[in-house]
Each structure stands twice: as structure tokens, then as C-alpha cells.
Design a protein around this ligand. Structure first.
Ligand SMILES: *Cc1c(COP(=O)(O)O)cnc(C)c1O
Length: 450
């Protein structure tokens, strides 16, 4: 029997996170204070983040040790397997070798607990009693609820009203882990009250929910705020994925020619890609990196690389990143995790400097790829991941046309068990292919000042 599953021992779990920043061949533009346009002093973040997290956000250390207690909790599901998708290779009739790292074995079913657990840990170390956050479809909220549960912290989640009403199971999951979940906009914050005054039936948005969660943290001394993607420390925590994958590819006796991941805020992509990018920069390998996103929210492929706010309300520092404009409202596609107007500043700079390629796909083509994958490999992918699978399918075709035999690795960053309503729509032929609106992007980008 041929090996399809590459398993690491618990003891082989990484002892530190890998920071790509000091290995980058270019500098990163710092976050700016919107009022002064001067670089933000790390202290300014103290009302919302604990000291350790702020240090990691701006760290120039290549390697940051993972606290023993965090490794112990990681060991509940880490290190997850690396699979060779032999049946998918057969289905695609390709000489290419396709590998995937499966993060869906975590308690919440995605890569997000990799950062939720250390974030809850560092907050508890600094005697924070409660964490606040926002969630759209619920992947991040349920990961932070789990992490707060194991660290003995309280957790308050502002969940976008439409998701709260339409996707009850993620909400019940958060409540099961002990979190307080509010349908946002609420009447508990000024940000929420402002919206409700104008529109009592507001369906909410991620931007509004972020404003509510930040306000709650700023107004309460014993509470801080937690973010599930985009920021440097989040991508740092996710590098456990790629470090393990480097070892597992070695077990398989291969090295990837291409590393693929879907990109919403960039954290699962950075998690798998950064350790391989580090090797590429140090050892001069010619690995390619591809980030896959939806055509309805084409941040990396159609956005501009400029300073913009991280949230819709314009309350965060300005970050240099690819953005569609902070007031861009992505259409309601089913890959909720990929509906963000901006992207990680590190990933954005890598795309801008030509180290990472970006591709965009409409949702019907990605669901088609997702179903093919599910039928032969068994795992039903999260709608976000189907973008990576579609990219892999295209790469296989391109390699065939070029007469090349490729080794492809992608990040299977979550399962789709809570997203079956989306699969139901696809199977019924009722999923619209929503293109981005050029006019809407132009309008939103025009609002971004220089
Ligand atoms: C949150 C999420 C994403 C998008 O976030 P990234 O930071 O880009 O990884 C993608 N896939 C899944 C399964 C998610 O839960």
C-alpha cells in the first residue's frame, strides 16, 4: 500500500513560531496614526492588546518560543496530518503530486484556534478577565470561545445580525464553549446605538461588529480585544502549519514546486507559506506561491496597494495593504471568511514585490472543485478552501500544457460541516456568480486618501 498520510509525533510539534519579517528582502511600511500620519507607537495599542501580543506584532526576532501551556493545548489536535491526494490526482488524470495539510481537525474545524489559544493565554497572563471580538459566519468566534474556555477567560462575541439569525449552529457552538453572543448591532455600545437609531432593523456588518467589540474593550479595564486574521502576530501564530508541513513533505521525500492557499485576511495562507518562503529566500529555491480569492471580493487582484483603515468605521490605524477601500461592501457570497476589503500588510507587500501571485475565482467554479475533492478525498472543504482547490486544478492543467510534472501543496484550512446550506444552494443550481462591481470598487477606493 502506498502512503497517503504523513503523521508527526506530538513531540515534533514546533517549539517556536517563525517570524518571516526579518528574513524579508524588503522593508515593511509601518502602521500610521490617521490623525498625524506618523508611525503608531506600540503603546497606543495597549488599551486593546496585551504587551506580549504588541511585542510580537512589531517583533524583529526570527523565532519566538511557543509557551509550554499553549503547546499542551495545541496537542489536543496538533500536529494534524499531511495527506497526499492520490485519488484527486487520479480524477484529474495528472502526473502532478498533490499534497494538502488538513487543519480541519481542530476543535472549531479550522486553523483559527492556532492563534486564538496563544492570544487567550497572553491576555490571561496579564490578568485580563474577558476578551471581546466580532464574528461573521462564526469560525473566528467559535475558535476564540473555545480558547477562552480552556484559559478560564470570559468571551463576548459580537456576531453580525444576519449570521446570528441565519446560522444558529455556530452561535450555539460559541455558547456551548461559554461565550456571550450578541447580535450586532446591539444597544450595548455607542457604535451599535448609532446604527440602530438610523436603522432599527440593520442586518449588521463585520465593520459595525468590530467597532462594537473594540469599544467594549476600550471602555472596560478588565477586557481586551482579539482579532482572528490580518495582523502580524496572527500570521506569526499560524506558522506552526507551514513548519510542520516542511517536515511532513520531507517525510514524503518531496518538496513543493507550488504552495497554494486561500486568502481572506491572509492568516492561513501566511501560516502555510511563510516557512517555505523563508527557505526560498535563504536557500534560493524557486518555489511559487499562489493566493486564491473570490472575484466578488478581489482584494489582491483588483485592489490598490495603499494606506487604508482596517475597519469600515475608520477607527483603526492606517495600514499599507492591498485594499478595495474600507467602505467597500462585498456581496454576500458563501465563503464568508474571504469577504474582507483589505489584507495582511505582510502578504500584501509580498504580492506587491512579486514573491506571491494572486488569482481570483467565481464561486460556482470553486464549489465545483470542492465537490470533486469531497467525492474522492472524503473531506467536505469549507467554502473558503474551495478557492485553493480550484487554483490547484488550474495549476494541474497548466503543468500538463507545459509538459511539466509538478509537486503542489495546499492548505486545507477547514471543513465545511457548518456550511452545508451553501452546498445545498450549489447542488440546487441556485448559487449566483457575483462579479465585483468596478463602479463600487472605484467609489470605495476614491474615498481612500492618498
Ligand atoms: C477565517 C477563514 C478563512 C479566511 O481567513 P484567513 O485569515 O485568510 O485565513 C479561510 N478559511 C477558513 C476555513 C476560515 O475559517
Amino acid at each position: 500500500m502506498e502512503t497517503t498520510k504523513f503523521l508527526l509525533d506530538e513531540k515534533a510539534m514546533p517549539e517556536s513560531w517563525y517570524n518571516l519579517v526579518p528574513d524579508l528582502p524588503f522593508g515593511l511600511d509601518p502602521p500610521l496614526n490617521p490623525a498625524t500620519r506618523e508611525p503608531v507607537e506600540p503603546d497606543a495599542l495597549a488599551p486593546i492588546f496585551p504587551t506580549n501580543i504588541i511585542e510580537q506584532e512589531v517583533s524583529a526576532e526570527k523565532s519566538i518560543p511557543i509557551p509550554e501551556e499553549v503547546r499542551e493545548i495545541y496537542s489536543l489536535w496538533r500536529p494534524p496530518p499531511l495527506f497526499r491526494a492520490r485519488r484527486l490526482e487520479k480524477l484529474l488524470d495528472t502526473p502532478a503530486h498533490i499534497f494538502y495539510k488538513y487543519e480541519g481537525v481542530s476543535p472549531s474545524g479550522s486553523h483559527k484556534p492556532n492563534t486564538a489559544v496563544p492570544q487567550a493565554f497572553y491576555n490571561r497572563e496579564e490578568e485580563v478577565r474577558r476578551l471581546t471580538t466580532e464574528t461573521g459566519a462564526g469560525q473566528w468566534g467559535s475558535s476564540l470561545a473555545f480558547a477562552c474556555g480552556v484559559m478560564g477567560l470570559e468571551c463576548t462575541v459580537y456576531m453580525v445580525r444576519v449570521s446570528y439569525d441565519q446560522k444558529p449552529y455556530r452561535r450555539v457552538m460559541m455558547q456551548t464553549y461559554g461565550a456571550d453572543v450578541h447580535a450586532s448591532p446591539t444597544n450595548l455600545t455607542d457604535a451599535g446605538l448609532n446604527v440602530l437609531e438610523k436603522d432599527p432593523d440593520s442586518p449588521g456588518s463585520l465593520g459595525i461588529a468590530i467597532s462594537e467589540a473594540v469599544e467594549d474593550a476600550v471602555k472596560h479595564d478588565d477586557a481586551k480585544y482579539s482579532l482572528g486574521s490580518v495582523l502580524n502576530h496572527v500570521l506569526l501564530h499560524q506558522t506552526v502549519i507551514g513548519q510542520e508541513a516542511v517536515e511532513q513533505m520531507e517525510m514524503a521525500g518531496e518538496y513543493p514546486d507550488v504552495v497554494v492557499g486561500c486568502a481572506g485576511g491572509g492568516s492561513n495562507f501566511g501560516g502555510i507559506a511563510f516557512p517555505f518562503l523563508g527557505e526560498k529566500m535563504k536557500k534560493n529555491r524557486d518555489t511559487r506561491f499562489i493566493a486564491a480569492e473570490p472575484t466578488s471580493c478581489p482584494t489582491l487582484t483588483k485592489g490598490k496597494f495603499v494606506y487604508d483603515f482596517g475597519d469600515t468605521a475608520g477607527t483603526t490605524p492606517l495600514m499599507k495593504m492591498y485594499t478595495l477601500g474600507h467602505s467597500f461592501v462585498p456581496p454576500g457570497i458563501h465563503a464568508g471568511g474571504l469577504r474582507y476589503h483589505g489584507d495582511s500588510p505582510i502578504l500584501s507587500a509580498l504580492v506587491h514585490e512579486g514573491h506571491v501571485e494572486a488569482r481570483a475565482y467565481p464561486q460556482n467554479s470553486t464549489f465545483e472543485a470542492g465537490l470533486e475533492f469531497a467525492k474522492v478525498e472524503g473531506i467536505i472543504p469549507a467554502p473558503e478552501v474551495t478557492h485553493a482547490i480550484k487554483a490547484v486544478k488550474d495549476l494541474v492543467v497548466e503543468a500538463r500544457e507545459a509538459g511539466e510534472k509538478k509537486t503542489i501543496l495546499f492548505n486545507m484550512c477547514g471543513h465545511g460541516h457548518f456550511d452545508l446550506a451553501a452546498y445545498e444552494k450549489y447542488l440546487a443550481g441556485e448559487l449566483p456568480d457575483i462579479e465585483h462591481s468596478e463602479a463600487e470598487i472605484e467609489r470605495a477606493l476614491a474615498e481612500v486618501s492618498g
